[in-house]
Design a protein around this ligand. Structure first.
Ligand SMILES: NC(=O)c1ccc[n+]([C@@H]2O[C@H](COP(=O)([O-])OP(=O)(O)OC[C@H]3O[C@@H](n4cnc5c(N)ncnc54)[C@H](OP(=O)(O)O)[C@@H]3O)[C@@H](O)[C@H]2O)c1
Length: 238
């Protein structure tokens, strides 16, 4: 295996709290400059300050993944201030259809909002960074998926919008990885598992553990996998 790349520029969407903030912290500890993408500038600044207080390199960038102008501005900031983006972690996500939602009784407003953030938002962020990664001949894109995206592991009808958005994100991972084969850009999906955050307050898994697979994929060596779906650094059944 070749050496792990160091000193890269990483953009973590939804990096202001939860698993995203922990991914940002772990990437900072590995010497990356971490751009904390956050909808609220104040939240982003506060988290970037937290990381700098730990001795890591970090800055905040205002980023709403459902707003194309916001994505464009964030990518421009990365290029003008840091020369590009080496790592994109598409972490921002919402889970707004609970156990009460049924696929036979679709709430299309909830479904559209979920797809807009979890699928289209991640796709649009990837589109914004891929041209710069192509020029650099290097890139790592990590899409935050879920065990709930697995067709093989799914046995109930709960949270259909969330499951479908993440299953579609898995397919985006596969087709983007195929297109970018031999460019130096590796694209993978990570499931953090059921992790205690504002999204899953009753979970017992810690953010340190939940973030680990995404950080591993964000720091893969050049001969690492691409187009995969991983949980605890092991492949998950699709
Ligand atoms: N926790 C789990 O059990 C679990 C399990 C499987 C997968 N995941 C996935 O892991 C990722 C992180 O989850 P989490 O548990 O850390 O959730 P969380 O605590 O709810 O944090 C979600 C983050 O996404 C941001 N966000 C939401 N919509 C956004 C938008 N339109 N633009 C930019 N940022 C946006 C939030 O920003 P604000 O602070 O502005 O709201 C927040 O920073 C998500 O993709 C989630 O689906 C989580």
């Amino acid at each position: 295996m070749t050496a792990e790349p160091e000193g890269k520029v990483a953009l973590v969407t939804g990096g202001n709290r939860g698993i995203g903030l922990e991914i940002a912290r772990q990437l900072g500890a590995r010497g990356h400059h971490v751009m904390v993408g956050a909808r609220s500038k104040a939240d982003g600044e506060s988290s970037a300050n937290e990381l700098r207080a730990l001795g890591f390199r970090s800055s905040a960038v205002e980023l709403d993944v459902t707003e194309p102008d916001s994505i464009h501005r964030a990518a421009l900031t990365a290029v003008s201030e840091f020369g590009g983006i080496d790592v994109l972690v598409n972490n921002a996500g919402i889970a707004i259809d609970g156990p009460g939602h049924r696929p036979s009784e679709p709430d299309f407003d909830t479904i559209r909002r979920t797809l807009d953030t979890n699928l289209i938002g991640s796709w649009a962020c990837a589109r914004a960074v891929v041209p710069h990664m192509r020029v650099a001949g290097f890139g790592r894109i990590v899409n935050m998926s879920s065990n709930m995206a697995s067709m093989e592991l799914t046995a109930d009808e709960e949270s259909p919008a969330y499951r479908i958005s993440k299953a579609a994100l898995n397919m985006l991972t596969v087709v983007l990885a195929a297109e970018l084969r031999s460019t130096g850009i590796l694209v993978n999906a990570a499931s953090p598992g059921y992790t205690r955050t504002r999204m899953s307050p009753n979970a017992t898994r810690t953010v340190e553990v939940g973030a680990d697979t995404a950080v591993w994929l964000a720091t893969l060596p050049s001969d690492g996998p691409s187009g995969g779906y991983f949980y605890d650094r092991s492949p998950l059944p699709w």
